[in-house]
Unconditional design. Structure first.
Length: 246
């Protein structure tokens, strides 16, 4: 696997995106800010949508409410609540959503489309993912939010890992290697998988070991975007693993 450092966009935390929302920037700064905004929205759209879906008793559609929330967030309307020293970014987002929903009935339901970010829509989400966004009777909205946050984080990292493999011309299909990362038991063992690929079992194990190492690096890099203090990365990683294991 490539030992290259993660893309430069990792230098921007989700906190810094929110805290600079609404400011006028230009040139390369604008380009970097737009990329960071897009990443933030794509990371948090599924958990925010799932939370609103579980809590929604409003007339407006869940998708419209989700998009309106992000428009307000990126226009800087929740900056008074944004304090990196007082908690995790995912917790700030949850507080912001609650505040948004508590005032939803008092606002004009007309949702402005467009803006600085190309939002996702349900049509862009696979059928199985749409099913996961539906509320479960035995789960609280907060638990659903956490679950979708963790799933989206890991899906984002897997796509980055796939891009890594493609960039270095990996001769083993990524979907085969991925089965050793996701917790889903592979349908065949190392020996059975290595034979049709024309490599030894030892070689396949080495590839998987490298992939796992890079996977861990990318997960930590993604989590680093959620925190201000690098020392918090391991705590947030433990929380992520706890959510996934539930």
């Amino acid at each position: 696997m490539s030992s290259n450092s993660p893309p430069a966009v990792f230098a921007t935390t989700h906190w810094s995106v929110v805290l600079t929302a609404g400011r006028d920037v230009s040139g390369r700064t604008q380009e970097a800010a737009s990329a960071a905004l897009d990443c933030l929205c794509r990371t948090y759209w599924p958990p925010v949508y799932a939370y609103i879906r579980a809590r929604s008793d409003h007339g407006a559609s869940v998708e419209d409410l989700t998009q309106e929330f992000f428009l307000r967030l990126l226009d800087g309307q929740y900056l008074a609540q944004a304090d990196p020293q007082k908690g995790r970014f995912r917790s700030f987002m949850l507080v912001a959503i609650r505040h948004f929903l508590s005032n939803a009935r008092d606002r004009d339901r007309a949702v402005k489309r467009g803006g600085r970010v190309a939002f996702l829509s349900l049509d862009q989400i696979a059928a199985e993912e749409r099913a996961d966004l539906e509320p479960r009777l035995h789960e609280t909205p907060e638990a659903i939010y956490e679950k979708r946050w963790a799933a989206t984080m890991l899906a984002t990292v897997l796509e980055q890992l796939r891009a890594d493999c493609s960039a270095v011309g990996n001769d083993i299909p990524f979907d085969i290697l991925k089965t050793f990362l996701t917790g889903v038991r592979p349908s065949a063992n190392y020996t059975e998988l290595a034979a049709p690929l024309g490599i030894t079992e030892a070689a396949l194990k080495m590839r998987v070991q490298r992939l796992r190492k890079r996977y861990g690096e990318l997960i930590r890099a993604e989590i680093a975007r959620l925190v201000v203090d690098p020392a918090e990365v391991e705590d947030e990683l433990r929380h992520l693993l706890q959510v996934v294991s539930r």
